[in-house]
Write a protein that binds this ligand. Structure first.
Ligand code: ATP
Ligand code: MG
Length: 203
């Protein structure tokens, strides 16, 4: 059998609320895909980000998916993942990995997180299942280094550290400050079309 035929597909799962998706997400996704030679990197859009519910208004999932789809449309190897929205209800990575394992039999799965999310991995629903079903990949975000669970065999990938967050972007919209270069033009177009973030007209 030729060696290529036996090589399992390598699929990255970069989950998030993506409210909105920004250059920090995109730079992370393309660099992790490159560093780990992934065939596919899914930016997996949470349906209900249960750890964020109650803390603020969350943009409807369909709008967040449209922004992510626009952001990755022209980027080879990156795709928006709608699995959690299709599944409905609260989004648990453990369930998403089970769905992907069925969709891509034999694939090696990589769960990709920023270090802030990595620090909280034990608070995830069925964290042990996430650890069992996938390799865990962590990238640093700007700021103090965080302490990671030493029992997990983390794959660390160095990516350019960009001090940008969706929280900051939403504040920029609210204040009418510029968004240029922090989100892509394609995302800005979806925001304008769908009148997201209330004062997006000022962008
Ligand atoms: P919010 O401020 O609303 O929490 P966010 O910018 O942190 O938004 P999320 O959707 O919460 O974005 O994050 C999805 C994933 O992307 C998480 O694993 C998070 O750590 C990672 N991430 C977010 N921003 C960056 C960044 N600038 N560099 C690297 N990873 C990032
Ligand atoms: Mg976050």
């Amino acid at each position: 059998m030729p060696a290529e035929a036996a090589k399992p597909l390598r699929v990255g799962v970069f989950g998030g609320t993506f409210d909105p998706p920004h250059v920090g997400h995109l730079v992370t996704a393309v660099n992790v895909r490159h560093a780990l030679d992934l065939d596919l990197m899914l930016l997996m859009v949470n349906n209900v980000p249960w750890q964020k519910v109650g803390s603020r208004a969350i943009t409807p999932a369909a709008d967040r998916l449209a922004m992510v789809a626009a952001a990755v449309a022209d980027v080879p190897g990156l795709e928006a993942g709608a699995h959690e929205i299709t599944a409905g209800g609260p989004s648990y990575t453990a369930d998403t990995l089970a769905t992907l394992a069925a969709e891509y039999p034999g694939a090696e799965l990589f769960t990709v997180v920023g270090d802030d999310a990595a620090a909280g991995i034990r608070t995830w629903e069925r964290a042990d299942e996430v650890i069992a079903r996938s390799h865990l990949v962590v990238v640093d975000r700007p700021g103090e280094p965080v302490e990671l669970d030493a029992d997990i065999d983390w794959i660390r990938v160095e990516v350019p550290r960009l001090e940008v967050s969706s929280t900051d972007l939403r504040a920029r919209w609210a204040d009418g400050r510029p968004l240029d270069y922090l989100v892509t033009d394609e995302v800005l177009a979806v925001v304008a079309e769908r009148s997201l973030y209330a004062s997006a007209g000022s962008a």
